[in-house]
Structures are given as C-alpha cells and as structure tokens.
Design a protein around this ligand. Structure first.
Ligand code: SRM
Ligand code: SF4
Length: 571
C-alpha cells in the first residue's frame, strides 16, 4: 500500500483479516470441528478462499429453509489448482470419485482451466482435500488475494514452442505459490510449524496482495486464454519454430459493478519484450509492484488494472524494470486470429493425437441421454496420456496413440457423445458462468439458461443462413465477468432475475471489448433486438468480416460507449 493511501483512508476489512490470520490459518481448524452448523464465520470465509474453498449456500432452497426455520443449506465450492489445466487420468478418476462421494456429483470445468466441485458439506472438506492430495493435487491459492491458477495453451505437444511455454507457466505458478504451511496443517494434518519459528512469505508478506491476480500465457495465432483479460499476460514470440521470448502485457481485468462507472473492464497493455529466461523475475517484480502500490482501501479498486490506470504504464514499467534489473525491449509483432478451442482429433508433433471435446458450460454430469461423466470416466480408465482443461470450459483428451484413437471414439460413441462436436460453432464457442444456484453474487441465471439462449440464437442464425459462422456468445449472471462476456461478440450480463445488460461488438480474437446495446432486457427482447442485426450482417458484411467487427463498424452508434448505449443502432 502506498503511504498516501495509508494516511487518508482506512484499510479494507480484508486487510485486517489477513494480517491477523497467522498466515491464513485463522480459526478454520477449530471451526471444522463445530458440527452445530454447516457454516464458518465471516473472517474464515475470506481465509478459506486462499485454500481454494468458498462457502456458499443453495439459493434454490433459501425460501424453503427459511420457512422451516433452518439455517441456509450451506456447502462449499472447491477450486483445484491446475497450472495450464493439465491432469492425469488418475487425477481425473479421483475427482470423479470425490465429486460423487464428497460433493454434488458433478465436476465443473472453469474459464480458468481448472475444476470446481460444488456442494461439499463442511464435514466432507478434509476427506476431499486428502483425496486430492493422494492424487497429487491441491487447491492452494486457487482463490484469494494471490496469484491464481496460471493459464496456458492446453496442448503442449502441438509444437516445441507450446511445450516450452507450458514449462514457463508451471514454473511461474510454483514460484509464486504462498509459502505458508497453513494448508498442510489444516487439511492434511501436516506437522505444525514449530513454536516460535516465524513463517515468512517472501513475495506476499502477511497481507498477501490487495486483490486476486491472474496470469495467462498465449501463443499466437490462438488467444484461447483471452490474454488481454489477465492482470499479467505473456504472449509467446516464435521465430523459426522456437519460442524466443514474450511480449508482456499488464492491467487486464473484467470485473465491474452495474451503475458504478468507476469500475470497468479493461484490456491489458504491452509493457515490452523479454526473453524466456526472464519470466519468473519479471512476473515477481510485477506482482511485487502491485503488492506495494495496489489500493488496499477499496476492494472494488484494488486490481492491477486500477493501479496502472491511476499511475500510468510508463511509471509501472519503470518500477518493474528497477525491481527486476531487466530492461524491456520493444514489443514484437504478433497476430491473434481466434479464441476458439480445437475440437475433434489433431495430430501433435510427438506423433500422438489429442481430441478436443466440447462440454457445454464445462458441466460434467450424467444427464438422460447425455452421460458425459460416465463417458469421461471410462476414457480415463483406459487412457495412457492425460487430460487438458481448456480456457473455454472444454476438455482435451491428450497424448492418445494412433492405436488408442478407436478405443476413445468407441467409448464416446457408446454413450452418444460422438456428435458433441458436430454442433453449430455458436454453441461450440459459447460460455456461461455458474451463477445460480451456488453463486452468492448471481443476479440472474446463466449456466441453467444458456441452452435456451443458444436454441433461440441458433434459430436466428439459421434463418439468416449463418449456421456455420463462428460467433462468440457468452453469458454471466452478474457483472463480475466470470465467463469473460465483455470479450464476446454477443455478451449477456445478468442484472436482475430474467434481465440482462446486452453488449455486442467485441473482436473475435479477444482484443477489443464490446459495447452496451441494451442496459436491461430479457433474452427474448435481446433476440428481437439482434435479429435484424444478424440479418444485416448476413447480407452486408464485407469479405471475411467477423460479426463483432461488423457490429462495431456498421451497427453500433458511434457515440455508444462501454457504459452507454448511445443514439440507437444503425439498422
Ligand atoms: Fe469469477 C467471483 C466463478 C472466472 C471475475 N467467480 C466468483 C465466485 C467465486 C463468486 C464469489 O466470489 O462468491 C464465483 C463462484 C461461482 C460458483 O458457484 O462456482 C466465480 N469465476 C468463476 C468461474 C467458476 C466461472 C465459470 O463458470 O467458469 C471461473 C473460475 C475461474 C478459476 O478457475 O479460477 C471464474 N471470474 C472469472 C473470470 C474469467 C477469467 O478469470 O478468465 C473473471 C473475469 C476476469 C477478471 O478476473 O477480471 C472473474 N469472479 C470475478 C469477480 C470480479 C473480480 C473483479 O475484479 O471485480 C468476482 C467477484 C470478486 O472477486 O469479488 C468473482
Ligand atoms: Fe457468479 Fe457473477 Fe461470476 Fe457468474 S459472473 S459466477 S454470477 S460472480
């Protein structure tokens, strides 16, 4: 925190909770023993986030429980730490089992390439974390005011450059992990730190970061990780097949609050180019700068994007250079063309294959006629490669030998999932956040309503003869932006039950934000508003013009901004 802030404004409440927590212990261990309630207290709810756990309650049951004079149906969501989204079949099987035995029976693939398990009761948390530990997984720093799960292109075998990038992402993830033993002590009955021996957090200190911090690695032409939405981005520069370094970007972030224009989504900007051996040093210097200058008085203004917005990129670059002793070179030219996950079979440079499987909203469960959970369990039982979770909530079955391809295909076909990738590209690209019933911040439905939204837009696209077009549509239940809706060509952002703010016109490759077209509409109203836009696109687009670019050029009023609709659509 800067001295000016310290002098003028009180610190946010979380700062006191962190500093009094004895390096993230609080009284979590004691509260786990208390069987009289499914909840934990408010301070510990903040601290468990650093251990990858969020206390939630089933919002569908709130009224019923209130009427029955019962406490809310409390449970926990656990988020796994999985750099680059990579996990082995044994880990997959363990999560599959833990989902059934210790959570609500589903696995949820997230927009940050990891798993969430929902609905775990307090008494199930230790067995859940111990089970993960047996399979060499953890949830340390999956949430909280620290560097989170690092994102990276999910298929390292695609090229030597991809493989090198994966290693850099993993190394930075390890380098920036909190050092506290609290996680091991509380969840794994690890030995307590000997009395009197002070613990140190060399990077974070006892108050950690002002806010969450996200890092993504991307390799052009694919911007699958939405690198411009990350606090810190590393864009790979490949020359003659070799990864020679990175363009470093900073200050991205999407969260905002409706009606508060001081909060806004922001795209990251380039700081400059570094060589591959400088990743950890630069990453550490950037995180440390944010640690020291991020706003610790207002959590709605505490992300790196606001530090940079307030102090300027030039100041920030200077600070990072002096801390790291590294001088940035000029940013190299790179071109992104897509955010799309590769679906179906693809051959890798090492002779193996990967199969990209679409998973609607990342929810893995067995539904009538759609037993995704069973099918993937059976794949995991025979699979000798691994699984990769993608930034678009899909899964990739990786490292499949040519001989084993038929076996994987047979399992998917047996369960009727062989057509999963044969859907419109609108569906394959679509994302939604979790929202109701578990997310305490949801203002509207998202995951549960996405199928209906897609059905309606598929019909409009078909009418316009555009069923084969890739258009990105993303939906969230509130303005926090968890499915990155502000980077979608069509973005729905929950405002109230059944009502959404509607945004259009982002660039398909994730390098331009969209703009507001309706501050509050139903899904049906959105369909009617966009039907003529889609028709106009079908007949008037320029050669190769993407939907977002067309909306930006020919439909959105020139005076429309991110926060205001302007003078009316040009249709
Ligand atoms: Fe998120 C909070 C779910 C990616 C911005 N997010 C939440 C919580 C934990 C709600 C809460 O604080 O109580 C949600 C849990 C819902 C549930 O029941 O599971 C939640 N966020 C998710 C996931 C699961 C969405 C999904 O459907 O995949 C994603 C998990 C990522 C992960 O594995 O770590 C998820 N969240 C994102 C992203 C996208 C990204 O990271 O690429 C964003 C926008 C990018 C960014 O961070 O700016 C995002 N989530 C937020 C914010 C707003 C932060 C801000 O700066 O204002 C919140 C609220 C907060 O932090 O106060 C939030
Ligand atoms: Fe919850 Fe809002 Fe994130 Fe959706 S966008 S998961 S509603 S916090």
């Amino acid at each position: 925190m800067s001295s000016e802030q310290e002098a003028t404004k009180p610190l946010a409440a979380n700062e006191g909770i962190k500093s009094a927590s004895n390096f993230l212990r609080g009284t979590i261990a004691e509260e786990l023993q208390d069987e009289s309630t499914g909840a934990i207290n408010a301070d510990n709810q903040q601290l468990t986030k650093f251990h990858g756990l969020y206390m939630q309650d089933d919002r569908d049951l709130r009224r019923e429980r209130r009427q029955a004079k019962l406490e809310k149906a409390f449970s926990f969501m656990l988020r796994v730490r999985l750099p680059g989204g990579r996990c082995t079949p044994a880990q997959w099987l363990m999560l599959d089992k833990l989902a059934d035995e210790r959570a609500n029976g589903t696995q949820r693939l997230t927009t940050q390439q990891t798993y969430q398990l929902h609905g775990s009761r307090k008494g199930n948390l230790k067995p859940l974390i111990k089970g993960m530990d047996e399979a060499l997984m953890d949830s340390i720093a999956a949430c909280g005011d620290v560097n989170r799960n690092i994102m990276a292109p999910p298929n390292p075998e695609r090229s030597a450059a991809h493989a090198a990038m994966y290693d850099h992402a993993k190394a930075l993830s390890e380098h920036t992990l909190p050092k506290t033993r609290a996680y091991h002590e509380i969840w794994l009955d690890g030995e307590k730190v000997a009395g009197g021996e002070p613990e140190v957090e060399p990077l974070y200190g006892e108050t950690y970061l002002p806010r969450k911090f996200k890092v993504g690695f991307a390799i052009p032409p694919s911007n699958d990780v939405d690198v411009y939405s990350q606090d810190l981005g590393f864009i790979g520069v490949v020359e003659n097949g070799e990864l020679v370094g990175y363009n470093v970007t900073v200050g991205g972030g999407l969260g905002m609050s409706h009606g508060n224009e001081e909060t806004f989504p922001r795209l990251a900007e380039p700081l400059g180019f570094i060589t591959t051996d400088q990743v950890n040093a630069i990453g550490e210097a950037i995180i440390a700068t944010q640690r020291d200058y991020g706003d610790r008085t207002n959590r709605k203004h505490a992300r790196l994007k606001y530090t940079i917005e307030d102090r300027g990129l030039v100041w920030f670059r200077g600070e990072v250079e002096s801390r790291s002793g590294i001088t940035f070179s000029d940013t190299r030219d790179v071109t992104f063309t897509t955010i799309e996950d590769p679906h179906g079979w693809h051959e890798c440079t090492d002779g193996t294959w990967f199969y990209g499987l679409h998973v609607l909203s990342g929810r893995i469960k067995d539904r009538e006629g759609w037993p995704m959970k069973t099918a993937l369990r059976e794949v995991a039982q025979i699979h000798t490669g691994d699984f990769r979770l993608t930034p678009s909530q899909n899964v990739t079955i990786s490292g499949v030998t040519a001989d084993a391809k038929a076996e994987v295909e047979a399992i998917l076909a047996k369960h009727g999932l062989d057509g999963e990738n044969q859907q419109t590209r609108l569906r394959l690209n679509a994302m939604s956040c979790v929202a109701l019933p578990t997310c305490g911040l949801a203002l509207a439905e998202s995951e549960r309503v996405l199928p209906e939204v897609l059905e309606k837009f598929d019909a409009v696209l078909e009418e316009a003869g555009l069923s084969d077009d890739a258009i990105s549509l993303r939906m969230t239940g509130c303005p926090n932006g968890c499915a990155r809706p502000y980077l979608a060509e069509i973005g729905f952002v929950g405002k109230a039950p059944g009502k959404y703010a509607l945004y259009i016109g982002a660039k398909y490759n994730g390098s331009r934000l969209n703009r507001l077209v309706s501050p509050k509409c139903t899904v049906d109203e959105a369909v009617e508003l966009l039907r003529p836009v889609i028709k106009k696109y079908a007949t008037e687009r320029q050669d190769g013009e993407e939907f977002g670019d067309f909306c930006d050029r020919a439909v959105l009023p020139e005076d429309a901004t991110f926060h205001s609709v302007g003078s009316g659509l040009r249709i």
